[in-house]
Design a protein around this ligand. Structure first.
Ligand SMILES: Cc1ncc(COP(=O)(O)O)c(C=O)c1O
Length: 454
């Protein structure tokens, strides 16, 4: 690429692209890297700089870049049939094959059917609408409320955004959807209650129960939560929390929705995050890793209890009045089938667990050396380094503070692509990552913190 065409891309990006979660004015001074190619766990930008991709795209390129079998599957499908719809009167073979494959790999969780979309926000929106319709079909239309967790992230469509547990994601777009409530989830590093994980899980479980009772259990449709909170800062709940959520959902006759958009397909060290906690949700939201990010795809899976509600003959309300032109897009489903095969065949969930444990141990060593690191945490290959101004008070760096950006830029300048969410460095590489890659990244982090002492 010539320097003229590179300059053209940079200029026109600022002029014409609305970037998610960014102030357009800031793009001028802080232009993004323009990524041009990828191979394995590496990416290269238009200036020819090569980086180890600690973001995995955006928590999504689970199988890594350049996987020939996904590319071939997509190409074959495009040649044979680029599109046909699932709306009344037609369907296509790849959507049938993918829903069957998803039911196989999530058989342990009891999932039987899939509703397709194009990304995580669709997966959540579908889950919320399925839950509301389920209760109408069950003859309890007053059960329409949703309870989610502080720091939870559920995408940015109106339903999912209303379930989000952070004000920054919502305030510009209020008023939100009615019927959404949040309670405190178990955040071990930052909570007003206790440092004991199991005690914290129990306190938070009781807060969930109190909220349900306050709302009236017969008005609550579902609890929605992430098995490990991602965008909120990789918050790993104590092991007893998700089993308690299942118990609470059963006690009050409420559905449990696992938002597995990040944790699904291996990232959290088991094929699904819920499986890692030994829990069977009623509805599971999958996106990102389902196609390893190669094409937009999501699936909302439901178990037999939920699916059966539609068996009743209750007239018009039993129409599943939801879906998109591209629900079950044959090219996306072909990509999904190929991507899932790689994750399953190469045991990438196991690799995420083993390499993730090693990564966490190495990050702990960094924490022992560098005062600005307040906490390191993670599960599988989703990890975070939380930066603080003072370890005792845990005073966090804010959006205006330059320090976290100085660290992430220092890493980028040494060939490690790493992302900050305010005061957290987020690590979510492809699940093909090795211990050697971890050592490489930790060396760069170590050098960067040493060069930027706090
Ligand atoms: C848990 C969770 N749910 C939903 C979403 C929304 O996904 P998308 O950005 O693909 O719409 C995300 C995105 O990061 C997510 O992490």
């Amino acid at each position: 690429m010539t320097s003229t065409s590179r300059a053209w891309l940079k200029e026109h990006n600022t002029l014409h692209v609305m970037h998610p979660m960014q102030d357009p004015k800031a793009l001028q001074d802080n232009p993004p890297l323009i990524i041009e190619s990828g191979d394995g766990v590496h990416i290269t930008d238009i200036d020819g700089r090569r980086f180890i991709d600690c973001q995995g795209g955006l928590w999504c390129v689970n199988a890594g870049y350049g996987r020939r079998e996904i590319i071939d599957a997509v190409t074959r499908q495009m040649e044979q049939l680029p599109y046909y719809s699932l709306f009344p009167g037609s369907t296509n073979a790849p959507s049938i094959a993918l829903s069957t494959r998803l039911a196989e790999i999530a058989a342990e969780e009891g999932m039987v059917k899939a509703s397709f979309g194009l990304g995580g926000s669709d997966a959540v929106e579908s889950a919320l609408k399925i839950a509301r319709q389920y209760w109408k079909l069950e003859g309890q239309p007053q059960k329409f409320k949703f309870i989610s967790l502080y720091n939870g992230y559920h995408g940015l469509n109106f339903g999912g955004m209303s379930a989000c547990g952070g004000v920054a994601w919502k305030s510009s777009y209020e008023p939100l959807m009615p019927g959404f409530f949040q309670v405190e989830g178990p955040h071990l590093y930052r909570n007003p209650f206790t440092n004991d994980p199991e005690e914290l899980a129990e306190i938070c479980a009781q807060l969930m129960e109190r909220q349900i009772e306050m709302q009236g259990p017969d008005t609550v449709a579902a609890i929605i939560a992430e098995p490990v909170q991602g965008a909120g800062g990789v918050i790993v709940p104590p092991a007893s929390y998700w089993p308690r959520l299942r118990q609470i959902a059963d006690k009050y006759n409420i559905l449990l929705i696992a938002d597995e958009v990040i944790t699904g397909l291996g990232r959290s060290g088991s094929l699904f995050g819920s499986r890692g906690w030994g829990v069977k949700p009623d509805i599971m939201c999958l996106a990102k890793g389902i196609s390893s990010g190669y094409v937009p795809l999501s699936a909302t899976l439901v178990n037999a209890r939920v699916a059966k509600a539609w068996d009743r003959d209750v007239g018009f309300t039993s129409v599943y009045m939801h879906g998109y032109t591209y629900s079950g897009h044959p090219v996306a489903c072909a990509a999904g089938l190929a991507a899932i095969e790689i994750v399953v065949r190469e045991n990438l969930a196991d690799n995420a667990r083993i390499v993730g444990d090693y990564f966490l141990q190495r990050l702990q060593e960094l924490k022992d050396k560098h005062r600005a690191i307040g906490d390191v945490r993670g599960k599988g290959l989703m990890l975070a380094i939380e930066l603080v101004k003072d370890r005792e008070s845990k005073d966090p760096f804010g959006p205006q503070d330059a320090y976290p950006i100085a660290i992430s830029e220092g890493c980028v300048n040494q060939g490690v692509m790493i992302r900050t969410i305010v005061n957290k460095l987020i690590i979510s590489p492809p699940l093909t990552f090795t211990k050697d890659h971890v050592d490489e990244v930790v060396d760069v982090l170590d050098r960067t913190f040493t060069a930027n002492p706090w």
